[in-house]
Write a protein that binds this ligand. Structure first.
Ligand code: 5GP
Ligand code: MG
Ligand code: MG
Length: 183
């Protein structure tokens, strides 16, 4: 779905599909260099990271394995609390493996910080995070994000996997949602 299909729903397009793919290609270069000669397991966090996983993994010019996790973050309203429940666990034994968690956005960072400790307790060789977007609040928690596409202002964004009430995930670009849509 393109920008034209949601005309009026977006205040602004922050990143076009072209910009997203170009940035993911740059991130892929950095990842290739860092994991050269190593086995690599990329873990996508369902459901938001589906688009980033599809495009980042294909931008990577190397062999890798893909697995998925689904987690739900308990919290009041739209803010996560850091209390996380696993809805779908990995199918892979990650002990001794290099794990790269792929996500679409880090907001408070609480979900990923929980996920990193959870995966670290399974004795992987390493755990790192790659995210397309990061918001300022994420910097407050001590979360080490190895690969970041862009730091963005604290605004609610949709598209390219990011939803509002499960809609807009299939939008090719990323944009800020118009306030009238919430109402
Ligand atoms: P946190 O980092 O706060 O623990 O949780 C991040 C999750 O909150 C993301 O995976 C995403 O599902 C949701 N989220 C945070 N900010 C936004 C946003 O601007 N737009 C959308 N659609 N989801 C967001
Ligand atoms: Mg996510
Ligand atoms: Mg969501």
């Amino acid at each position: 779905m393109d920008e034209a299909d949601v005309a009026g729903d977006l205040v602004e397009v922050l990143f076009t599909e072209e910009q997203i793919l170009a940035r993911l290609a740059e991130m892929a270069k950095a990842i290739e260099a860092d994991y050269e000669g190593e086995d690599l397991l990329v873990v996508g966090v369902l459901r938001g990271a589906v688009m980033v996983m599809a495009d980042l993994s294909r931008a990577l010019d190397r062999h890798l394995e893909m697995d998925w996790m689904a987690v739900s973050s308990y919290g009041s309203g739209t803010k996560s609390s850091g209390v996380v429940r696993i809805l779908k666990d990995l199918d892979t034994d990650i002990s001794g493996r290099h794990v790269l968690i792929v996500d679409e956005i880090v907001d408070t960072g609480l979900t990923l910080s929980w996920l990193v400790s959870n995966l670290a307790s399974r004795h992987p060789a390493s755990v790192r995070i790659a995210t397309l977007l990061r918001k300022p609040e994420a910097v407050k928690v001590d979360l080490d994000v190895a690969y970041v596409g862009w730091d963005i202002p604290n605004e609610f964004v949709v598209g390219y996997g990011l939803d509002y009430n499960e809609r807009y995930r299939n939008l090719r670009c990323i944009g800020t949602l118009a306030p009238h849509v919430y109402a």
